[in-house]
Design a protein. Sequence first.
Length: 147
Amino acid sequence: MIPQEAHITPRIAITRTKIQTSSGKLFIIEADEPPILIGSDKAPNAVQTVLHALASCLIVGFVYNAAVRGINIKAVNINLEGDLDLRGFLGISEDVRPGYQNIRVICRIKSDAPRDRIEEVWEYARRTSPVTDIIRNGVPVSITLEQ
């Protein structure tokens, strides 16, 4: 039976680089910027982390759905690239958005399964990826400053 609704509300609290999730797990995720943006380049920056989130969501969705269908995956390699125009982030131009202008994903799969089965699973994983949906369609964000 498929539920009509299946809502969850993940919550995180970030203090420095520690992330406390609503499940109670504590993860430490480093974040930094390159020297040109006054960082030390010791960890990925936020927009690189977005690409990582997209890659991991697509891979998990693909591998999970392949396994459910009995498809053996020998190897998965995913490469992502994103184009940023820093004039938006730096406030130099209001005509340039501060986020990615384009993101490209290339996924290479090694499997003995027929190509059409691999493509079917990949399309399903792409279509049902929460991170892909968030990036493609945007989501209302409420930001409150407290002091």
